[in-house]
Design a protein around this ligand. Sequence first.
Ligand code: ZN
Length: 345
Amino acid sequence: MKAACKVDRKKGIIVKDVPVPEIGEEDVLVKVKKAAVCGTDIHLYNWNQWCENVNAKNPMVIGHEFCGEVVEVGRNVKGLEKGEMVAAETHIPCGICFLCKTGRQHICLNMKIVGVHTDGAFAEYAKIPAVCAWKLDKNIDPEIGAIYEPFGIGVHALSKTKISGKTVVVTGCGPIGLFTINLASMSGAKTIYALDLNEYRLNLATKMGNNIVPINPSNTNGSEKILKETSGIGVDVVVELSGAVPATKLGFEVLKKGGAIMLVGLHDNDVSVDFVNNVIYKEAIIYGITGREMFDSWYDADDLILSDKSKVSEVITDRFSLEDTEKAILTAAEGNCGKVIIDIG
Ligand code: ZN
């Protein structure tokens, strides 16, 4: 089969022929229809320090956001049949650690990630453990099936607090930020401040629903503007998706006393925050958000997408063939895009 492979610990990606994965007793083999490019794939493409830090597999087939058709089912797998469409939960839980045993498989102590620690899905076929296969409704467009995974992160973040009638700040308008803005709008947020340095993404953000105020911190003092518009009180909810230090600091600055901040974006370095004024005196509620709750976030994502009220399809802006995976990754890295899809089969 054709697959986009990392062949060494250097920058680049090569599309080449590799054997179709052999499944084990607990796995399913999926014929990949559509995949989507994630920030993780950009890290892997560049092979930066993050890849070494997480002990990413190399050589490896990359890619983890995808959906496709089940074409082979392991002997011990129950509840999945050939011909069914599935999307993949990319966090592979061990099933036996304390966190797995107490309902938090998504932060399993021994977690492995598809397309980081195991061969991924920018390929004609992908093998995943059956526990990670989410059965898709027959009416789901495969392109949308491929973005359940990142959409689910937004679902998870906003599940932590009440959004209806609240003021919300979203820092970072990449695909997950766009999904989060859409989700906040669907949940009835009063005002959503969308921050990004990229005008293309800010423009997309304004299409994600109602009462969205785009702010570009490169030409506007976001903190001042948000505090002024909220009578100096700040916002109820902040979702930080950029992983950028200035955006994270801004998030804590504009958070209302008693407000909730969800930290999702990954920072390259430690972040210094004024804990006394922006956390302790504020009684700020801080949530770290990793992936999707398994499978609460998936059930909610499914309901929201099937409701037809979401604007997920508008987040998809670019499409490439498997042969052009490198172009797809470079397009995503450049940033003048929403979600980039790889059309495989
Ligand atoms: Zn575990």
